[in-house]
Ligand binder design. Structure first.
Ligand SMILES: Cc1cc2nc3c(=O)[nH]c(=O)nc-3n(C[C@H](O)[C@H](O)[C@H](O)COP(=O)(O)OP(=O)(O)OC[C@H]3O[C@@H](n4cnc5c(N)ncnc54)[C@H](O)[C@@H]3O)c2cc1C
Length: 359
């Protein structure tokens, strides 16, 4: 995406659209042009998986369709270089003259982000309100006074990843690094007690806000009342919805937060099949062992049923090699359970929740 946006911008800069408005209104235009010229269009097209012709056509479209409104999807914030991608697309929007004009712009947020009816947030109970604009989240958190911010209440999203100023955010918040690369929402994270070996949601959560299945009762459950087990939170009434959570974070050196995050992402990229569709780890790790190791020991890496395959990179992942059905996946799950039982006498229990069938 970053390469695609840069390619578009590069071609755009060469069209009969010199971006004179930019020279007047923006800083760093010369540096930006140098950045655009640093790599040939063909190279950007190859890395960004967009053909050169597609880039030229899109660039022409952006130059002639005015005003254009560019909407960035939510999934973007999951990428390792999300902040840079946002910046590249922002720059492209500015270069094309779509920013600051009625009907134009680059948007990172939608009304649909607001999943819940604001009236259930018990606004009457809040005694002190303050607002930090999302693009300034990092700086705002660090500089807020009276009182300074020591905890953050995260509501139905992951603004830490979304904030363009991710360095500042990292500077302000340490303790949630383990979550990098675990896809999902806040509610899913908590309901699944998401985590990695040695650290999970239960270690950082202080309180959650839950609404009853009928939507009538709002409760704040402190940590002491939450019963987290491996990849699950027990005890919530069926159908309850987690609305928000309070996490304990600590101020830390930005470099150490960033290097922890980079290290965790690098491990994921090396050990997990992230370039093909999957639903993450399939089985819980049995005490003192790893489901992936047991499946591999049973000789099942690469086992394929229909479109579902036990990943050759990480045996606890089932990947969709094309057209996998739920039935294919369930068959692979059963096959793995049977083979591991036969080989190691360990019963593998699915970590994923299966709806409408049994593993
Ligand atoms: C590539 C990949 C890697 C992964 N790596 C990890 C990992 O390292 N560690 C890990 O723990 N998981 C991992 N997962 C699994 C997944 O990311 C987590 O289980 C995550 O917590 C799921 O979040 P979700 O929002 O998608 O929830 P869903 O999968 O949509 O839901 C999970 C459960 O939570 C419930 N739920 C969701 N939202 C709410 C809410 N607001 N209130 C109450 N209940 C709710 C659902 O009803 C469901 O029972 C990985 C998945 C993938 C695809």
């Amino acid at each position: 995406m970053r390469q695609g946006a840069t390619g578009l911008a590069q071609h755009q800069a060469r069209l009969d659209h010199p971006g004179a408005h930019l020279e007047r209104h923006a800083h760093g235009v010369a540096e930006y042009r140098a950045l655009l010229d640093a790599r040939p269009l063909a190279e950007l097209a190859a890395v960004g998986e967009l053909g050169e012709e597609a880039i030229r056509e899109l660039a022409r479209e952006y130059a002639t369709t005015k005003p254009a409104s560019i909407l960035l999807g939510w999934g973007l914030n999951k990428y390792q270089h999300s902040a840079e991608i946002f910046r590249c697309v922002d720059a492209l929007g500015a270069l094309c003259g779509h920013i600051g004009v009625p009907g134009g712009g680059v948007s990172h947020g939608y009304n649909t982000q607001r999943h819940f009816d604001k009236t259930v947030e018990a606004a009457d109970r809040a005694t002190h309100h303050r607002a930090i604009p999302e693009p300034l989240l990092g700086r705002g958190l660090l500089e807020a006074q009276k009182p300074p911010i020591r905890m953050m209440f995260v509501n139905s999203g992951n603004p830490v990843n979304q904030s363009p100023n991710s360095n500042r955010v990292a500077q302000g918040l340490a303790g949630l690094e383990f979550g990098v690369g675990i896809p999902g929402t806040l509610g899913g994270w908590i309901a699944m007690n998401a985590g990695i070996p040695g650290r999970e949601v239960k270690d950082v959560v202080q309180e959650i806000e839950v609404i009853s299945p009928t939507g009538r009762k709002l409760s704040h459950l402190p940590r002491a009342r939450l019963r987290f087990v491996y990849r699950s939170l027990c005890g919530l009434a069926a159908g309850s919805l987690i609305l928000s959570a309070l996490f304990r974070v600590t101020p830390s050196a930005p470099g150490s937060v960033r290097s922890a995050v980079d290290r965790l992402l690098a491990v994921r990229q090396k050990t997990q099949p992230l370039n093909v569709p999957s639903f993450g780890s399939v089985f819980k790790n049995p005490p003192g062992d790893f489901a992936g190791r047991l499946i591999e020991a049973a000789g099942l890496k690469g086992l394929r049923i229909g479109g579902a395959e036990i990943s050759t990179l990480h045996a606890n992942f089932i990947t969709n090699c094309g057209g996998a059905t739920a039935a294919d996946v369930l068959k692979v799950i059963r096959e793995a359970q049977a083979a591991v039982w036969q080989k190691s006498r360990v019963r593998l229990v699915p970590e994923v929740r299966i709806i409408g069938g049994k593993a």
